[in-house]
Write a protein that binds this ligand. Structure first.
Ligand code: SF4
Length: 338
């Protein structure tokens, strides 16, 4: 299949044939991350506290700052990453709603990322003694499992995610590319700050494959300076700017892998000929932007499932329950040689 082909429906089919009882959408988790992160940003921005706020959904990046710049940890958003939020809600809200003992739910995340294997085992990712996520399989490992199971992937029918965590917005879809988390958060932050459903949806300034993208934006009449960086050498440059007091950003997105999760360490590896002939990052990122463009709902706060779960269970972003289930803490980690 061509690079950038959307195989979501076939992946759901394959997972059901492998033996999973339910398949949910991590992008629904991403919509929750945006709800919490936009709320956190607005609070910090209004109170001028711990700015710039830096995104926290890339565990490779989070581990880097914990090991190398622990003094800057207060800048990190306290939001868990999308799959951790989803796992946490599955073992609480969903378990209660379906009458399932949370101990009998085994959550496996399919991720483009190797660092998520470390993230899910952190003691901070537990609730009521249970891990939010019980196992992480990379997309590359899943492809191998599909082959081992002799599943004829190309001819599989497209299936849909299970309810209720199966509905996601375009904002959730673009999380996987550099600049995507910031763009999705800005969509929600601008509507929340103005109290209006603004027409502006796309923030071109933070799109593209450059390692560092700086922009000055006017959001709800306020000037906000942002930067989206990917790759740890670029992360280091931004952190040094913050440390030296030279940075005047309010919002920073950092992803460990150059280009973001589309180029994550767990993704299928292409041969050197393909790598030299095509821009794999762009093809994969374009696929995500295309999903976003075709989505009926493109802003996380307009996701009906998300709205319903806040109404029924979480109350509102930043509530006591949301903080308990969807947020985390960080600590200085010792460097060690592997
Ligand atoms: S950028 Fe890389 S390390 Fe970070 S979440 Fe994505 S795949 Fe994982």
């Amino acid at each position: 299949m061509d690079i950038g082909t959307n195989v979501t429906g076939k992946m759901i089919s394959a997972l059901k044939r492998i033996g999973f009882d339910r398949v949910f959408d991590t992008n629904t988790g991403a919509d929750f991350t945006i709800m919490e992160e936009a709320n956190e940003f607005i609070e910090r921005f209004t109170e001028n506290e711990n700015l710039p706020m830096i995104t926290s959904c890339s565990p490779g990046w989070v581990k880097f700052i914990e090991m190398n710049y622990p003094e800057l940890l207060p800048h990190l958003s306290s939001c868990k990453s999308p799959h951790q939020m989803l796992g946490s809600l599955l073992k609480t809200y969903y378990a209660k709603k379906e009458g399932i003992d949370p101990e009998k739910i085994y959550v496996v995340s399919i991720m483009p990322c190797i660092a998520k294997k470390f993230e899910r085992q952190k003691s901070e990712m537990k609730n009521n003694g249970l891990y939010d996520v019980d196992n992480v399989i990379t997309t590359r490992e899943l492809a191998k499992m599909i082959k081992q199971a002799n599943i004829d992937f190309i001819n599989l029918p497209d299936e849909t995610f299970d309810a209720p965590m199966g509905e996601a917005t375009g904002g959730g879809a673009i999380f996987g590319t550099t600049g995507g988390v910031m763009e999705a958060a800005l969509r929600t932050a601008q509507d929340t700050l103005t109290g209006k459903n603004l027409e502006k949806i796309e923030f071109e300034q933070v799109r593209g494959g450059e390692g560092i993208k700086r922009a000055s934006l006017n959001i709800a009449g306020k000037d906000i300076k942002v930067v989206a960086a990917s790759g740890l050498s670029n992360a280091r440059k931004i952190l040094e700017e913050i440390k030296s007091g030279k940075a005047d950003y309010q919002f920073v997105e950092i992803m460990a892998c150059p280009g973001g999760c589309v180029m994550g360490g767990g993704q299928p590896i292409k041969d050197s000929k393909t790598r030299s002939e095509v821009d794999i990052r762009k093809l994969r990122a374009d696929a995500l932007y295309s999903i976003d463009e075709k989505s009926v709902i493109r802003k996380s706060h307009e996701n009906e499932v998300v709205k319903q779960i806040y109404k029924e269970y979480l109350e509102k972003p930043g509530s006591y329950r949301a903080e308990k289930l969807l947020h985390t803490t960080y600590k200085k980690r010792e460097k060690y040689n592997i």
